[in-house]
Design a protein around this ligand. Structure first.
Ligand code: NDP
Length: 498
C-alpha cells in the first residue's frame, strides 16, 4: 500500500493461507478521497464461505486450539495486541485510504486498539462456571462455560478495524474460531488483521476472512448451517434479515445496528462545550458512525447561542485530504453513500427544513466523494430527515421548552443506541440518563468508548452486548453437570430428582 496508484491484489485468508476465489473473480476497491483504485479483492461466493467455515470448524476441533489452556489463549491475544501496535502506522494508513477516515483519527484508534486485545487477554483465564448448591447434598452440580464453535462476523465499512475487533477479541477469548466477512468497501484491514493473528500464534483456521459482496459472500455466511453464532454490525435492514436467518436455525446473534441519537442541551449547560460536543457527535468521521448525534434538542434559552456556535465551527471545518494532518472532515466512504446523504438533504429541503450551513456535495479538491458539514433547522419529528439514519455530516437542530418535552422528543424514535446530555445540574444528569431509552448515555461528553464498558442497542438499534465482561456470555454456552456422589440404589425412578 506504499503507492496508492498501484493496485494490490488481496485473496481470501482461509486456514492460514491466501486462497484464490472459487470463481477466480476480483473486484476493485477505491480510495473515496481520490476515486483511484487502491487494490483488487477476491469476490467471495458460497464455495469460498464453505471452505472458510470448514477451516474454522477444523481449527475449533484441533487439539492445538481446543486443548490450549485459557491462560495461553490470553497470551495469544496479548501478542496480537502487540503486533497491532507494532504495525499501527501501516494499519492506520490502510484504513484511512480505504474508507476516507482521517489519518489522525485512525492513528488515535490504533493507539487504543491493542487495549481491546489486552483487555480480553486478561479475561481469557477468568471464564469459568459455578458450583450450585443442589438440594441433595450427595449431588455435585456445577456449570461450565464452553465456546460456541464457529462464529460468523459480518462487519461494516465505517470503522472496520475497531468494529471487527469488538467481535474478534471476545470470540477468540472465549475459545471460538471466526470467519469474517468485511464490507466490500473495506476488505484490506480485516485481511491484514487475520494475517497478524496467524503471526501472533493463533492456529491456522482460527481467524478466516472471506471478502466480497453482501448479497453473495455475506448472505452465504449468514445462512451457513455450520455457524454457531453471528455477530453483525451494520444497517437495521440487513440486521433484521440476518436475525431471521439465524432464528430459523436457533443460533444466537449479536447485532449492532443503526441509530438516530439525540443530544439534549439544557439551559444550564456549558454552551461552548455543548457546541463542541455536537460537532464531535455528528461531524467527526464525516458523521459515518452508528452513534452519530444527528438530532440536537436545545433548550429555547440557549438555542440561538448553540446554533451560532455550531454553525460557526461547521463553516470553518477543513474539508479535504484525510491523510493531511490539518484536515477535519474527509470524504464519504463511497459514491452511493455520498449520494444517499445528498438525497436526504434534498428531501429535508422538500419537507420544509432550512439549510443554515453546508448542504452541497463537493469533490474536496481531490475529485472525491465529499459532502459539506450541514446544519438543518425548522425541522420537526414528522420529517424523515429527523427520523431516519442519514449516516453523514448532517445534523438537525430543534428547540424545546421543558425537560419533559426534551425526553419525549429524545425517545420518539425507533432507535435506542446512544444519547448525549449537556447540563451542569447533577440531579438532572442522573434523572435524564435514567429516562433516556438508549443503551449508552453520555453526559457532558460524547463518542467515548472503552473495551471495559459494555454497549447495547435498545429498540431497533440492536440485540446483545458488545465489550466488557458481559459480551463473553454471548460467545459461550452454559453447561450444567450433575454428579451423584452417593452409592445408594436409585429409589423411585418415576419421580423427579433434585
Ligand atoms: P449493510 O448493513 O448493508 O452492510 C453491513 C455489512 O453487511 C457489510 O459487510 C455488508 O457487505 C453486509 N451485508 C449486506 N447485505 C448482506 C446480506 N444480505 N447478508 C449478509 N451480509 C450482508 O450497510 P450498508 O453498507 O449498505 O450501509 C447502509 C446504511 O446502513 C448506512 O447508510 C448506514 O445508515 C447504516 N450502517 C450502519 C452501521 C453501524 O455502524 N450501525 C454501519 C454501516 C452502515 P457489503 O458492504 O459488501 O454489502
Amino acid at each position: 500500500m506504499s503507492d496508492p496508484t498501484v493496485p494490490t491484489t488481496w485473496r481470501h485468508f482461509i486456514g492460514g493461507s491466501w486462497v484464490e476465489p472459487a470463481t477466480g473473480e476480483y473486484f476493485d476497491s477505491t480510495d473515496p478521497a481520490t476515486r483511484r483504485t487502491l487494490y483488487r479483492a477476491a469476490r467471495g461466493t458460497a464455495p469460498d464461505v464453505e471452505r472458510a467455515v470448514a477451516a474454522a470448524r477444523d481449527a475449533f476441533e484441533d487439539p492445538r486450539w481446543r486443548d490450549l489452556s485459557q491462560t495461553r489463549r490470553g497470551h495469544l491475544l496479548r501478542r496480537l495486541g502487540e503486533l497491532i501496535a507494532e504495525n499501527a502506522d501501516e494499519l492506520a494508513l490502510m484504513e484511512s485510504r480505504d474508507n476516507g477516515k482521517l489519518l489522525r483519527e485512525m492513528r488515535g484508534q490504533l493507539a487504543t486498539l491493542p487495549e481491546y486485545y489486552h483487555y480480553y487477554a486478561g479475561l481469557a483465564d477468568k471464564i469459568h462456571g459455578e458450583t450450585i448448591p443442589a438440594s441433595d447434598r450427595r449431588v455435585l452440580n456445577y456449570t461450565t462455560r464452553e465456546p460456541l464453535g464457529v462464529v460468523g462476523a459480518i462487519t461494516p465499512w465505517n470503522s472496520p478495524l475497531t468494529l471487527t475487533t469488538s467481535k474478534l477479541a471476545p470470540a477468540l477469548c472465549a475459545g471460538n474460531t471466526v470467519v469474517i466477512k468485511p464490507s466490500e468497501y473495506t476488505s484490506a484491514t480485516g485481511l491484514r488483521l487475520a494475517e497478524l493473528a496467524l503471526e501472533a500464534g493463533f492456529p491456522p483456521g482460527a481467524v478466516n476472512v472471506v471478502t466480497g459482496f453482501g448479497a453473495e459472500a455475506g448472505q452465504a455466511l449468514a445462512d451457513h448451517p455450520g455457524l454457531a453464532k453471528i455477530s453483525f454490525t451494520g444497517s437495521t435492514a440487513t440486521g433484521s434479515r440476518i436475525a431471521a436467518s439465524a432464528a430459523s436455525r436457533f443460533i444466537g446473534t449479536t447485532l449492532e445496528l443503526g441509530g438516530k441519537s439525540p443530544q439534549i442541551v439544557f439551559d444550564d449547560a456549558n454552551v461552548p462545550n455543548a457546541a463542541m460536543g455536537v460537532v464531535a457527535g455528528v461531524f467527526a468521521a464525516a458523521g459515518q458512525t452508528c452513534i452519530a448525534g444527528s438530532r440536537v434538542l436545545a433548550h429555547r434559552a440557549v438555542y440561538d447561542e448553540l446554533l451560532e456556535r455550531v454553525c460557526e465551527r461547521a463553516k470553518s471545518i477543513r474539508v479535504g485530504d484525510p491523510l493531511d494532518e490539518a484536515t477535519e472532515l474527509g470524504p464519504l466512504a463511497f459514491e452511493a453513500q455520498r449520494d444517499k446523504v445528498a438525497g436526504y438533504v434534498d428531501l429535508g429541503r422538500a419537507e420544509g427544513a432550512r439549510v443554515l450551513t453546508g448542504g452541497a456535495a463537493t469533490d474536496g479538491g481531490l475529485g472525491g466523494w465529499f459532502y459539506e458539514p450541514t446544519v438543518l433547522v425548522d425541522v420537526d419529528h414528522g420529517m424523515r430527515v429527523v427520523r431516519e439514519e442519514i449516516f453523514g455530516p448532517v445534523v438537525a437542530i430543534m428547540p424545546f421548552d421543558t425537560e419533559e418535552e426534551a425526553l419525549r422528543l429524545a425517545n420518539d424514535t425507533e432507535y435506542g443506541l446512544a444519547a448525549g446530555v449537556w447540563t451542569t445540574g447533577l440531579a438532572r444528569a442522573h434523572r435524564v440518563a435514567a429516562r433516556l431509552d438508549a443503551g449508552t448515555v453520555w453526559v457532558n461528553t460524547y463518542r467515548a468508548m472503552s473495551p471495559m464498558s459494555p454497549r447495547q442497542g435498545f429498540k431497533n438499534s440492536g440485540v446483545g452486548v458488545e465489550h466488557g465482561t458481559e459480551t463473553i456470555k454471548e460467545f459461550t454456552r452454559l453447561k450444567s453437570v450433575w454428579i451423584n456422589t452417593g452409592e445408594e440404589p436409585v429409589a423411585d425412578p418415576f419421580t423427579m430428582r433434585s
